[in-house]
Design a protein around this ligand. Structure first.
Ligand SMILES: C=C(O[C@@H]1C=C(C(=O)O)C=C[C@H]1O)C(=O)O
Length: 439
């Protein structure tokens, strides 16, 4: 077992205008940012990978051992300071994608106006002090990435299914729902952005973080995006989740109708039904770990630059069992996959997803986030994102909840509204779809 040593020291508060984005400068960085705060990671000290149905439990046990044996000096002691790892997990237990926890060499963090730097080493001979921390950070900041400029040759090509094949899959889902096999399935599809020059990841992330500031902008090993959905956040014995289901595109909304989103989303029985399924499944899975749980009786309308969503925030006090609180990964394992990204009943929806989507989701719609050695963590659902498969090839994913009465053409349009954040950050739009290949 590797013994890690980590040192966390205070840092002058990052720029008031761009916050932590000041430190988001390299294409190989790890990132978790919301409203200019969060964590950015540089380099790599240690990593763990797991797969299959036991991927969460294996990572949890590894992290418990690593944390217990580590020497941690933390002069800041807030969630995310001290020894901390980033991570990303496969959506499916059958996925070949390796779920992973990565301990960076350096983390810069900021939270409620407090900022810090953590250095972690596995080398027993390395000197760890304030000087080593700032020297290592300065070394990483030397290498600043280029700019993402759209080029004429940049193209979007279809992914595994063509648009008409995907619409057929939606129609088949609706037929399964009508036959009583399940009440909701979330069906996703992929498209590929083919770029003329290598993606400038840091700039793409900065754009996402600035534009989608109420979302959590993430980057772990080429999985990048900005998610509006919080699977589970654990802080000082409390858990929080933000459940989304029910979507309305803003691009086609009337400009002169301020009540439109509320009326169309909150007033729609279909959208409310889709949302209720998602919130019920989350609270049912979370309940055994809690001593009390609160959620609003009515969902609220969450406004993002591209879409509106029906949203519900759930907060819970975690219950101690045998003297210990559940860890973030215990909760992630219990609640993933939620009905917001899989469907209901979960196992029926999961089977149908693999039959109808014809693709491996990899880390898309899986948990992405971080955890610290003190039991805190934030795990979002990897949505509104992409996987960088090659420096010039980026695969984007988007999905929609299908319930009774869903319309395949409307759902296809909804996937485009969910691709938009990544496409715009890449400087692309729908007109760059390769003609003749998408029906
Ligand atoms: C599956 C995605 O989003 C999910 C599906 C939603 C819906 O169908 O209304 C809304 C938010 C997410 O829970 C995605 O963005 O890819």
């Amino acid at each position: 077992m590797t013994t890690l040593r980590s040192l966390t020291v205070p840092l002058g508060v990052p720029s008031a205008t761009i916050g932590l984005l000041e430190y988001l400068v390299r294409d190989d960085q790890l990132c978790w940012i919301r409203r200019g705060e969060g964590l950015v990671g540089f380099g790599e000290t240690l990593r763990y990978t797991s797969s299959g149905p036991g991927r969460f439990a294996a990572a949890r046990d590894w992290w418990a051992d690593i944390s217990a044996s580590a020497e941690i000096e933390d002069q800041v002691t807030v969630p995310g300071s001290g020894l901390t790892a980033f991570g990303s997990f496969a959506f499916s237990k059958r996925s070949p994608f390796a779920s992973r926890l990565v301990v960076p060499e350096i983390i810069v963090g900021s939270r409620n106006g407090t900022a810090w730097v953590t250095q972690t080493t596995a080398d027993p001979d390395q000197v760890l002090d304030a000087e080593s921390v700032f020297t290592a950070l300065a070394g990483f900041l030397d290498d600043i990435s280029g700019e993402q400029l759209p080029e004429a040759g940049d193209r979007i090509r279809p992914g595994v299914l063509s648009e008409s094949e995907w619409k057929n899959a939606v129609a088949r889902s609706v037929a399964h729902i009508a036959a009583g096999d399940l009440s909701k399935i979330v069906l996703a599809r992929d498209i590929v952005a083919s770029l003329s020059s290598p993606i400038a990841t840091a700039q793409v992330l900065r754009e996402l973080a600035l534009r989608y500031e109420s979302c959590w902008t993430y980057a772990v090993d080429g999985l990048i995006g900005s998610t509006p959905e919080m699977l589970i956040k654990v802080e000082d014995g409390k858990a929080q989740a933000r459940v989304l289901a029910g979507t309305l595109d803003r691009a086609t909304a009337p400009l002169d109708d301020p009540g439109y989103a509320k009326r169309v989303l909150a007033g729609s029985e279909k959208q409310q039904h889709e949302h209720a399924i998602a919130i019920d499944s989350l609270t049912r899975q979370l309940e055994p770990f809690t001593s009390s749980m609160t959620s609003h009786s009515e969902p609220f309308v969450l406004e993002l630059p591209n879409v509106w969503h029906l949203a519900s925030d759930v907060t819970a006090d975690l219950r101690t069992e045998d003297g210990a609180l559940p860890t973030p990964l215990d909760l992630v394992e219990a609640v993933h996959p939620t009905a917001a990204v899989c469907g209901f009943p979960t196992s029926v929806a999961g089977e149908l997803i693999s039959e109808l989507e014809h693709m491996d989701r990899g880390p898309y719609a899986g948990p992405v986030g971080w955890l610290d050695a003190a039991g805190n963590g934030e795990w979002g659902i990897a949505l509104r994102g992409a996987v960088i498969e090659e420096p010039t090839e980026v695969r984007l994913y988007a999905g929609c909840g299908i319930v009774s009465g869903s319309n395949p053409t409307a759902e296809l349009e909804e996937t485009w509204s969910k691709f938009r954040p990544m496409l715009e950050a890449l400087g692309l739009d729908r007109s760059r779809v390769l003609s003749g290949q998408v029906s």
